[in-house]
Design a protein around this ligand. Structure first.
Ligand SMILES: *Cc1c(COP(=O)(O)O)cnc(C)c1O
Length: 361
């Protein structure tokens, strides 16, 4: 158990008056969790302090060699004003898999979960009340050692900040258009695709901008070696329903090119419970375009913590377009969305043991 020292702010901010205008990740709460690591000492000084700027040496390793990583999760408010988390131990484990790949020291998973619970409890009044809105939680680790040599840092900070965020779909689930990227890649075998390291997102920005200029919401990434097999869509996993079967790229906890999403894993478990066949493996973009032509591409959706599921209405690949379900959200996509959000917001019984209560607020 961490002995977390809490210092409350003397000047709390006003809570957002209009939750419909929150957007995503723009408003931050009054406090943050910080814990330091120093070689020889281990993780120490867990504390909750007023939210504010960090002071780091300009030569800190994080600025030069990107030794850093993050997680993304949410706290939900139920109708009974219970504040709860969704599978936080999965984020803790994934963070450690990322740490291991980036030579960042192990962070005990129970400490990660305790830190998240502690900051959420302190900020419980910041957890939004309106339908679909939640408190987005951003745990992250940065390398702080002052040194320009290319070596793993000997000191780190693990920080957790929180951002009340609005409903992802203010006007109902809106299907999106996707650009299939056949030049740039996100991840390669042996690389860091399975981690949430900042570098993965820096390298994805150019393709994202290119797609945005052409009017698409997201990029569909193909594999780095043949530009043939589908991997992910933007920063979400992706599922295809073809002729009754569901397909998604394989995601290894350690070493793969696809990020093992907590939402992805949960959706697969639900689908299996419902008797749907799920194939985790290679799926060629050519086979998807062919299925669309034959009328067998039934549903396509992205999955991730922010949107939960994000239905796709069109895929553009080279000179071909695949149209999905007349631009409407498919029945299975809708059922997954309703079930996942139902469990998260406490409207559907949690028979899976996925919910971790934090406090009453
Ligand atoms: C975070 C992320 C996901 C989704 O993971 P969840 O745990 O479901 O939020 C998928 N792909 C990428 C690249 C991501 O960064």
């Amino acid at each position: 158990m961490l002995d977390i020292k809490i210092t409350k702010t003397a000047s709390p901010k006003a809570k957002p008056a209009d939750e419909s205008k929150l957007g995503f990740g723009k408003v931050f709460t009054d406090h943050m969790f910080i814990m330091d690591y120093d070689e020889g000492q281990g993780w120490h000084d867990p504390r909750i302090v007023p939210y504010g700027p960090l002071s780091l040496d300009p030569s800190a390793v994080v600025f030069h060699y990107a030794q850093e990583c993050f997680e993304g999760m949410k706290a939900y408010r139920t109708a009974e004003n219970k504040i709860q988390l969704f599978r936080p131990e999965c984020n803790a484990r994934r963070m450690n898999n990322t740490h291991e790949r980036l030579c960042i020291p192990h962070l005990p998973e129970e400490d990660f979960v305790q830190a998240v619970k502690a900051i959420v409890e302190v900020e419980k009044d910041w957890v939004p009340h309106s339908e679909g809105a939640s408190l987005y939680i951003r745990p992250y680790t940065i390398a702080t050692m002052a040194q320009l040599g290319v070596h793993a840092s000997t000191s780190y900070k693990f920080i957790v900040i929180c951002s009340p965020s609005g409903a992802y779909y203010a006007a109902g689930l809106a299907p999106i258009d996707i650009y299939v990227e056949d030049t740039y890649v996100r991840a390669c075998p042996g690389g860091t695709g399975f981690t949430k390291c900042g570098g993965n997102y820096a390298v994805s920005l150019l393709a994202g901008q290119k797609a945005e200029k052409k009017g698409y919401s997201q990029v569909l990434w193909l594999d780095s070696q043949e530009r043939r097999y589908v991997e992910e869509v933007g920063a979400m996993n992706i599922f295809f329903k073809i002729d009754g079967k569901l397909y998604t790229a394989a995601a290894q906890d350690k070493g793969g090119t696809v990020l093992p999403g907590v939402t992805r894993r949960s959706i697969i478990e639900l689908l299996q419970d419902w008797g749907c066949e799920v194939v985790e493996g290679k799926l060629a973009i050519d086979d998807i375009m062919k299925a669309a032509k034959e009328g067998k591409l039934e549903e396509v959706f992205g999955s991730g913590t922010a949107a939960v599921v994000s239905p796709v209405k069109k895929l553009d690949y080279e000179n071909q377009s695949a149209f999905i379900n007349n631009g409407e959200i498919g029945p299975l996509t809708q059922k997954l969305y309703d079930t996942m959000t139902g469990i998260q917001w406490g409207r559907v019984a949690d028979t899976k043991g996925w919910i971790v209560p934090v406090c009453q607020a």
